[in-house]
Design a protein around this ligand. Structure first.
Ligand code: F6R
Length: 609
């Protein structure tokens, strides 16, 4: 899950690559490095830690050359250190490589290369590629890379340069994301779109097994068989400002506040409350499949998995389709019963999560039609799934997912409502009424965001606590899980999410006066039940912070603090109730001085198993 940027053109490459890497830092930030070719010699600058350290290094030791490659790393093989930072070089220093992915057979390759006299300088799997290319090099870098990669097993997105061919980059992808930016007299490679937005909007999304030969004036793509293939560039319409912080202290806060807009973006062209219609572009289920669906499997990781858990309620209750939700890393190894009557839905913001992709491929192998719910346009999930429902949230830079989560929920609601309607499980007038209520959800979020100062004050009161419990029931049980995940991942505070009714079967033993308990207690059919659970927790000394529906004064006698959310049809309550939990986690992390956008040990896109 590292980030790669490459440039070949007329300008000095180092600054363009450094700038692009800054926009990819969310993909990993253990170390960074850049290599550039000048006068037939390749020079490399690397530093451990975040990119500003590389920026400082480049000020004191500038790097010349109009062709270069760079990398920001999230360690897989070998600790974060300067020796393990990319780019990696061969013995001669003439061949230089940046890599995202994992070379599975690197140990055997390393042994045979070492036996043949190659000297290794790092503990990484990547370095074997530099030496393999060196071994295969006879004056043509493309031919050498092709021969080298025939010997490699694993996942890679690669950028490779050679001192003897100073105006050329060779790139390749297999099971790791890589795009080509097409410019005027200059061309680029990158792991992701935001890196290149200031330079070009014309981008080629490479396919698995592709190789690319880039010079300042040409981009030639070869497929895995070696044949030249035409990959038509797509024009990216994202606003470059979307990828900036836009006045907020952190990307995460900006992304939380963007949610009224991003949910409308997910609605756009799909939700027509006045006509009582939903039109889902990218989803072409035929009538036969819709009526014969025996089961839905939802597969995802982390926050996307929590969105899937909400989906289970919706597909079962609205559309009447039995639904199972699986963590992708479990699904792929548990031999699920799948056939052409089961729909598999994979949910992934990045569309590149290795376990989710493996689950997708397993489902396809077993003939299950696959729908991807994705944010990243052109990502691997979106290309391999049979149907794609984009969330259209724009780039999510904060490592902790916020707007992508509500975008995923929105997409799932649209799909469940559409299936319910098309399977005639729902009365037309009820359907229309639900669409009208759904349409108003962004307004409800706007109201909650106005309370951010109160939530910040609450966070300041509780940020010293060492443990938190999050409770919810029914549709809001997954939201309790998500609230706990948000808090732990950005503030490093221990937090557990639980189904409130399950509390008395174990976790209640944890409760004492040092345990704040965030309870989702908005109006709905389990309201009385959750109030009983609040009483149980209070009786053990727990401090209750209730997420409650405006107008619920009774809850004041049951809880120490209340965060009120606007009344909404219970069905849509998860989309509203998660907002105060995102804000609470954010302000706790800020109060603790944590690095909110780039929490330790995490990466935005988990492209390794
Ligand atoms: C948490 C978070 C992760 C991701 C997970 C899946 O805030 O962002 O738990 O949800 O790594 O990522 P995607 O959705 O890209 O497959």
């Amino acid at each position: 899950m590292c980030g790669i940027v490459g440039y070949v053109g007329k300008k000095q490459s180092a600054e363009i690559i450094r700038d692009g890497l800054c926009r990819l830092e969310y993909r990993g930030y253990d170390s960074a490095g850049i290599a550039a070719v000048s006068g037939g010699v390749i020079d490399v600058r690397r530093s451990v830690g975040k990119l500003h350290l590389l920026t400082e290094l480049l000020k004191t030791k500038p790097l010349a050359g109009t062709t270069g490659i760079g990398h920001t790393r999230w360690a897989t093989h070998g600790k974060p250190s300067e020796e393990n930072a990319h780019p990696h070089t061969d013995c001669s220093g003439k061949i230089v490589v940046v890599h995202n992915g994992i070379i599975e057979n690197y140990q055997e390759l390393k042994k045979s290369l070492s036996d043949a006299g190659h000297r290794f300088k790092s503990e990484t799997d990547t370095e074997v590629i530099a030496h393999l290319v060196e071994k295969e090099y006879h004056g043509d870098l493309l031919a050498a890379v092709k021969s080298a990669l025939k010997q490699v097993r694993g996942a890679y997105a690669l950028g490779i340069i050679c001192a003897d061919e100073p105006f050329r980059i060779i790139a390749a992808r297999q099971d790791a994301p890589l795009i080509v930016g097409v410019g005027d007299g200059e061309n680029f490679i990158a792991s992701d779109v935001p890196a290149l937005l200031p330079y070009t909007r014309s981008m080629i999304f490479l396919m698995e097994g592709d190789f690319v030969d880039l010079t300042p004036t040409a981009v030639t793509v070869y497929d895995r068989s070696g044949a030249v293939v035409k990959r038509v560039p797509e024009t990216i319409t994202w606003n470059a400002v979307q990828a900036e912080k836009g006045g907020y202290k952190h990307f995460m806060l900006k992304e939380i506040f963007e949610q009224p807009q991003t949910i409308q973006d997910t609605f756009r062209g799909r939700l027509y409350p006045d006509d009582g219609e939903i039109c889902l572009d990218g989803v072409q289920f035929n009538a036969q499949l819709i009526s014969s669906l025996s089961k839905i499997y939802i597969v995802a990781c982390g926050t996307s998995y929590h969105a899937g858990l909400v989906g289970k309620f919706l597909f079962e209750n609205l559309a009447g389709i039995p639904t199972e939700v699986d963590i992708a890393s479990e699904f792929r190894y548990r031999d699920p019963v799948l056939d052409e009557t089961c729909l598999t839905i994979v949910i992934s913001q990045s569309g590149e999560t290795a376990d989710t992709l493996a689950a997708l491929r397993l489902a396809k192998q077993r003939k299950s039609p696959v729908l991807g719910i994705c944010n990243a346009v052109g990502s691997t999930v979106s290309r391999e799934a049979d149907h794609v429902l984009y969330t259209h949230c724009g780039p999510e830079i904060g490592v902790a997912s916020t707007k992508a989560f509500t975008g995923q929920l929105t997409a799932i609601y649209l799909l469940a409502l559409d299936l319910a309607n098309r399977r005639k499980r729902i009365d037309k007038s009820v359907f229309k009424q639900l669409l009208t209520e759904f349409w108003k959800v962004p307004l409800g979020i706007q109201e909650i965001l106005k309370k951010s100062d109160d939530i910040e004050a609450l966070a300041k009161e509780y940020f010293h606590n060492k443990d938190f419990l999050f409770l919810g029931r029914n549709l809001n049980y997954p939201i309790a899980l998500e609230g706990a995940l948000k808090l732990k991942e950005i503030s490093y505070i221990h937090a557990e999410g639980y189904a409130a009714g399950e509390m008395k079967h174990g976790p209640i033993a944890l409760i004492d006066e040092n345990m704040p308990i965030m309870v989702i207690a908005t109006q709905g059919k389990v309201y009385d039940k959750i109030v009983s659970n609040i009483e149980e927790a209070k009786a053990r000394g727990g401090t209750i912070i209730a997420i409650a529906t405006e107008g619920d004064t009774a809850i004041k006698t049951k809880s120490r603090h209340q965060i009120y959310v606007p009344p909404v049809n219970e069905l849509f309550s998860p989309i509203l109730n998660v907002i105060p939990l995102q804000l609470f986690a954010y302000y706790v992390a800020v109060s603790l001085g944590c690095d909110v956008d780039q929490p330790r040990n995490l990466a935005k896109s988990v492209t390794v198993e």
